[in-house]
Design a protein around this ligand. Structure first.
Ligand SMILES: O=P(O)(O)OC[C@H]1O[C@H](OP(=O)(O)O)[C@H](O)[C@@H]1O
Length: 318
């Protein structure tokens, strides 16, 4: 797959999920690096910088994407030779892919400890990190029942219920607006994250904050399963996470809209759940209260405020 094909598939959400798009970007950078012929360091740097910048901006909200690109492309600015830059970037891309897959498995192990036998768990959208917690608990023999939402307008809930059904987990499929109605039957909520800000707010699929609100009202724990590369370093600088607003026809077809001249369709893809609605964030390095987001960004991701880059030691750790 070419770089442009990967970008198109991420843009159209054929490849989706914050972790998956980060891995897809890593694979695309690796393939792009391997497929070129380079005269010198400069020509390599130029080609790969253009590719990195293009990929990092394909979807604006999931910070996993720029974080992965930032980590992988770091040798471009540091290397002294073409070979150093090329091998450095390719090694980082490969290491990131492995790290990302291992992180999901580790989050599953940690998150599963919150799920007891007989628990009813609610999840929203299709998060491989959140689902891994449920699947791991199920594999450990826990008898679990899940409430999974539909996730309008793109219906990612259909992917979730297929995974759960294939695993043999009893699942209730509900429309998004039924989340509060069923909250009284739920013991625990687990979702993923597209970005986590320095103040511990969680940006995830539209509708997540309503579920967190209903969970708080019902005194149901609300957990977020997120790899550390979903923490947003630039929020330390006061930058806000841009909430992607996708096209109107995802919500209402063009033909129907044409008959409604006074109607504007709004289609935000994500919303913000404030830290006080989040009980814990489960990362591959253990779980943290949302108030510790600053520590993850500064000490774990090693956010360098002067050079605007992160450099967490994911390669050496695995
Ligand atoms: O990385 P994992 O845990 O798979 O997913 C994290 C989040 O990414 C997805 O975004 P989208 O469906 O790509 O817009 C969902 O919002 C999901 O909760």
């Amino acid at each position: 797959m070419t770089l442009e094909e990967t970008a198109d598939r991420i843009r159209s959400m054929e490849i989706r999920g914050a972790g998956r798009i980060a891995r897809a970007a890593a694979k695309a950078l690796l393939a792009h690096s391997q497929s070129g012929t380079y005269q010198d360091l400069k020509s390599y740097q130029e080609r790969m910088m253009v590719a990195s910048e293009m990929l990092a901006g394909v979807r604006p909200t999931a910070v996993s994407l720029p974080n992965a690109v930032n980590l992988i492309s770091k040798p471009l600015s540091l290397a002294k030779t073409l070979d150093e830059a090329k091998s450095g970037l390719e090694e980082r891309a490969q290491a990131f892919i492995i790290h990302s897959e291992q992180a999901v498995a580790k989050i599953g192990e940690i998150g599963a400890r919150h799920i007891r036998d007989g628990d009813v768990v609610m999840t929203h959208c299709n998060s491989e990190a959140a689902l891994q917690c449920i699947l791991t608990a199920h594999q450990q023999g826990m008898d679990i029942e899940v409430y999974a939402t539909e996730v309008r307008p793109r219906n990612q809930g259909h992917i979730t219920i297929k995974t759960l059904s294939d695993a043999g987990i009893k699942t209730n499929f509900i429309v998004d607006s039924a989340a509060r109605y069923f909250m009284k039957e739920v013991d625990l909520c687990i979702t993923g994250a597209d970005a986590i800000t320095v103040n511990g707010a969680v940006i995830n699929k539209i509708g997540t904050s309503q579920i967190a609100l209903a969970a708080k009202e019902a005194r149901v724990n609300f957990l977020v399963a997120a790899e550390t590369y979903k923490f947003a370093p630039r929020t330390i600088l006061g930058e806000r996470i841009l909430i992607e607003e996708r096209s109107a026809d995802e919500v209402l077809p063009d033909a129907a809209r044409a008959t409604l001249p006074h109607v504007t369709v709004r289609n935000p893809t994500f919303d913000v759940t404030p830290a006080e609605y989040v009980d814990l964030i489960i990362t591959e390095h253990g779980e943290i209260p949302p108030g510790m987001a600053y520590i993850i960004i500064k000490e774990h991701l090693q956010w360098d405020m002067d050079n605007l880059c992160i450099d967490y030691p994911y390669c050496e750790e695995e």
